[in-house]
Design a protein. Structure first.
Length: 145
């Protein structure tokens, strides 16, 4: 018989949330009842963008809000983002933050959200159709920045 564990629940949440390269750490409701999802990448190392030497030294973790597709209504997504310390002594860059295909450097929204906005603006599809559609978000105009 299947016995649920915390790990199994988080894996299930990650599968449902379906943001490539990320895993769900926690989901909560804030005081107003809005849903928040906390995610991280499972990366154990990263290459320095300057010297390309890999490092496994995490300097610190920061919390960055990223805008993502609605999931049966709006969801606030928080990325627990790693700042890596470059281990190469001759490198001028002391630290750097992680980035992914879904959230490139300096991006504030996911690639999948950007793709949906571009498709909607070009008339190829409605912006929030599919499993992520909600009446709450249908009337809103997307904001690309
Ligand atoms: Zn470096």
């Amino acid at each position: 018989m299947f016995k649920p564990t915390v790990e199994a629940a988080l894996e299930a949440a990650s599968v449902l949330f379906n943001l490539p390269e990320y895993r769900v750490l926690a989901t909560v409701r804030d005081e107003a009842g809005r849903r928040e999802v906390f995610v991280e990448t499972p990366a154990g190392e990263a290459a320095c963008p300057s010297c390309e030497v890999f490092t496994a030294r995490v300097h610190q973790r920061t919390q960055q809000r990223i805008r993502d597709v609605p999931f049966d209504g709006l969801v606030t997504v928080w990325w627990i983002k790693k700042r890596w310390r470059c281990g190469e002594t001759r490198c001028h860059r002391a630290t750097f933050t992680e980035s992914t295909e879904q959230v490139p450097p300096r991006a504030r929204l996911t690639t999948r959200l950007k793709d949906r906005i571009v498709a909607a603006l070009s008339g190829r599809s409605a912006p929030w159709t599919g499993s992520a559609a909600s009446t709450e978000s249908r009337g809103r105009r997307p904001c690309v920045s």
